[in-house]
Design a protein around this ligand. Structure first.
Ligand SMILES: Nc1ncnc2c1ncn2[C@@H]1O[C@H](COP(=O)(O)OP(=O)(O)OP(=O)(O)O)[C@@H](O)[C@H]1O
Ligand SMILES: [Mg+2]
Length: 279
């Protein structure tokens, strides 16, 4: 079982898209995969057409992480009250529209949960245990919120592999800090995960301007020149197909199997296969 955390320093770089599309591609080719949504924006859940309201009693990943006792065991205590046990992954897992691809869904309440989770501590241990005890899959994909926060750190702790996503913007890429907190976690023994590399994502066509190209050149430069050439994974182009597929709640491989962006994801998946990350 491979556990992959998809992280980034800044938000909106296409982490959720990457996790979802690669998970779907693996499922389509016959592997069993699980998406684990950890973002209060619920992108991974919404991508899969799952929109939960905990006020209506829906269970979600936040219940698991906070070890909420919300499942009735069928027994009663001394005072006649129903005994409840903590919520586990198996209680909240959904089938997505793609066979072999399941999801641990998010809810907007994660926004408030975040603080409680930080105060409680131990969220990383809970996530590790849940992943270990859940029904076996080939790959668990953790879709994290951008930046260093309790949920991203828990995902890193529970992961075997880390993929960093960056997006070339005219302002450049803020990646040094991200690589630094990953390295610190590795040094402190808080994660055993290995950094697979950096995926340049939502990369504009060359004709869209020199500013983007400068950033790509900077990423492609060797380490001694301040670049990341030795860490780069295949890039994903910026294409409108992505937005359309998103609106249709369908992964690219199902919605636009012949689009260039789908081919980019296929190349990335092949590269990850070769490294033993998605095999
Ligand atoms: N290759 C691409 N080409 C064009 N648009 C893309 C591409 N990848 C992602 N997008 C779009 O960019 C937006 C941000 O993507 P996404 O939600 O995956 O980013 P994220 O890093 O998960 O964001 P957040 O940090 O907020 O969770 C979405 O509207 C998505 O459809
Ligand atoms: Mg996201």
């Amino acid at each position: 079982m491979n556990n992959i955390a998809v992280v980034s320093g800044t938000t909106g770089v296409g982490k959720s898209s990457l996790a979802h599309n690669l998970a779907a591609m693996q499922a389509i080719r016959g592997q069993r995969v699980r998406g684990i949504g950890l973002d209060r924006q619920c992108t991974l859940s919404l991508w899969n057409g799952i929109d939960l309201d905990p006020d209506d009693g829906a269970l979600y990943v936040g219940d698991v992480l906070q070890r909420k006792r919300r499942i009735k065991t069928g027994e009663v205590d001394d005072r006649g009250k129903p005994v409840k046990r903590p919520v586990h992954f198996a209680d909240v897992e959904w089938q997505t529209p793609i066979p072999r691809y399941t999801l641990i869904p998010e809810a907007r309440e994660l926004e408030y949960d975040m603080l409680k989770i930080a105060q409680m501590g131990g969220c990383a241990e809970v996530l590790k245990t849940e992943v270990r005890d859940a029904s076996p899959v080939d790959t668990n994909w953790f879709d994290t919120p951008g930046g260093a926060n309790p949920l991203s750190l828990a995902a890193l702790a529970a992961a075997d592999w880390i993929i960093v996503v960056v997006c070339p913007t005219p302002k450049g890429v803020q990646i040094g800090e991200t690589l630094q907190w990953i390295e610190e976690m590795q040094e402190d023994g808080k994660t055993q995960a290995e950094l697979v590399g950096i995926v340049p994502n939502i990369v504009p066509a060359v004709r869209e301007g020199g500013a983007y190209q400068d950033v790509m050149d900077q990423l492609n430069a060797p380490a001694e020149e301040g670049g990341y050439a030795d860490m780069l994974l295949p890039a994903i182009r910026k294409q409108h197909y992505e937005i359309t597929a998103f609106a249709m709640s369908r992964p690219l491989a199902a919605a636009f199997p012949r689009a260039e962006i789908t081919a980019d994801y296929e190349d990335l998946l092949k590269d990850l296969d070769r490294r033993g990350v998605t095999k």
